[in-house]
Design a protein around this ligand. Sequence first.
Ligand SMILES: Cc1cc2nc3c(=O)[nH]c(=O)nc-3n(C[C@H](O)[C@H](O)[C@H](O)COP(=O)(O)O)c2cc1C
Length: 133
Amino acid sequence: MLELGGGTHMARALIVYYSVYGNTEKAAKAVRDGLASAGLEAECKKIKDTKPDDLKAFDAIIFGTPTDMEDIPDDVGKFMESLKRVDLRGKQGAAFDTHYEDEPVGGLKVLEKYLKTLRFCSFDFFAHEFLTC
Ligand SMILES: Cc1cc2nc3c(=O)[nH]c(=O)nc-3n(C[C@H](O)[C@H](O)[C@H](O)COP(=O)(O)O)c2cc1C
């Protein structure tokens, strides 16, 4: 049990991700399993199945994206833009990407900017363990 927002309840985490070839989906499921084994109620959802307001029900939101041309895919960008009208202040936020280059030069950096804009109370970025080729 974690204490969040002044009350004690089972913290709920959402891993919301975009994946074309399956790498980011595998990473999202690994993140979900890790959080679940740490005692959180964690679930994965594809961005295309997620409405901005769906995020309100969670204490922590983890975003996953592939790097695409050193950027995020358009659909991920549209989703992140759509979150600007939802009040996510006070929630925990984190992000990861998958990519083939040695240095994460694209997707993660773009997500980092969005998380700052959305004023999550904290965020971490973990990418290197999900290198793909
Ligand atoms: C069209 C395209 C562009 C890509 N551009 C980059 C890139 O600029 N940098 C990089 O590191 N990886 C790049 N990649 C590799 C993907 O980020 C990597 O394979 C990722 O894991 C794919 O995610 P997915 O399997 O969830 O769709 C690109 C892949 C594709 C198909």
